[in-house]
Write a protein that binds this ligand. Structure first.
Ligand code: FPP
Length: 246
């Protein structure tokens, strides 16, 4: 399906971040095990990344595994890690075909060895692509990221690389995993949940939020375009009055 005619290609968020939620409920509705929902969610990842690239989005961040997800039943964690490995390995060709660069944020060292190596391989093999960047948030949580940033910052202050009195928002930003990524203008959460769940707390300071009841395995590029159209009809004021931004 082509991009709808009322889509304004002049006003597309540079960065969209998605909390992909509802895989488990989708599987349950279909009488299947939770992992079936995650597997079906990969089809949505494919459609949405294609749709984002077609729309001219430059960065697409997907919350694929949170720090808190480690607390799920061991079998589900293992199945998700295995799915990540096979998906990352299997999709590199398609990423290259679509000129998409892969990147990752999170506590990557905590991932199983084979997951880390497939990820590194795919990041390297797509590094020269110049279209969209797909950022996988893996073993990621915003509080972890912020604490980690503070630790690195303190090390640099202690060693004299950084003068504490000079620390400002831009410098702090440079210590986050997202240092080379613009803040997301739009954050989408599927499955009818209205929570931020420890995702990009610093970066979301001025993000627009879009919530939909659609469960992630049913979410397709057309739904992403609907979310972008909704974003295009909002007035972003950044603390100013409506008159000031006209
Ligand atoms: C949330 O649904 C989804 C996840 C924790 C995992 C998301 C992973 C994928 C879509 C597959 C792999 C993705 C990539 C990018 C390779 P949930 O299990 O919390 O659903 P529920 O709230 O209905 O239980």
């Amino acid at each position: 399906m082509p991009i709808p005619s009322h889509f304004n290609s002049e006003n597309v968020p540079e960065h969209i971040a998605i909390i992909m939620d509802g895989n488990g409920r989708w599987a349950k509705q279909n009488g299947k095990a939770r992992v079936f929902g995650h597997k079906s969610g990969v089809k949505s990842v494919r459609s949405v990344s294609e749709g984002a690239a077609e729309a001219g989005v430059k960065f697409l961040t997907l919350y694929a595994f949170s720090t808190e997800n480690w607390n799920r039943p061991k079998a589900e964690v293992m199945a998700l890690m295995q799915l990540l490995v096979t998906t990352i390995a299997g999709e590199t060709k398609t990423l290259n075909k679509n000129n998409i660069r892969l990147a990752a944020i999170g506590d990557l060292a905590s991932l199983p060895g084979n997951c880390q190596s497939e990820l590194e391989k795919a990041i390297k093999n797509t590094s020269t692509n110049t279209g969209m960047t797909m950022v996988l948030a893996l073993s990621y949580s915003s509080r972890w990221e912020i604490v980690n940033a503070v630790k690195s910052l303190l090390i640099d202050v202690k060693s004299g690389i950084l003068d504490a009195t000079n620390i400002d928002e831009a410098i702090f930003n440079n210590y986050l995993c997202t240092k080379n990524i613009p803040d997301p203008e739009l954050i989408i959460r599927t499955s009818g949940e209205h929570r931020v769940s420890n995702f990009l707390l610093w970066q979301a300071a001025y993000s627009e939020f879009y919530f939909t009841d659609i469960l992630w395995p049913d979410f397709r590029k057309e739904n992403l375009w609907d979310a972008i159209i909704d974003f295009q009809n909002r007035e972003r004021r950044f603390g100013k009055t409506s008159e000031q931004i006209k």
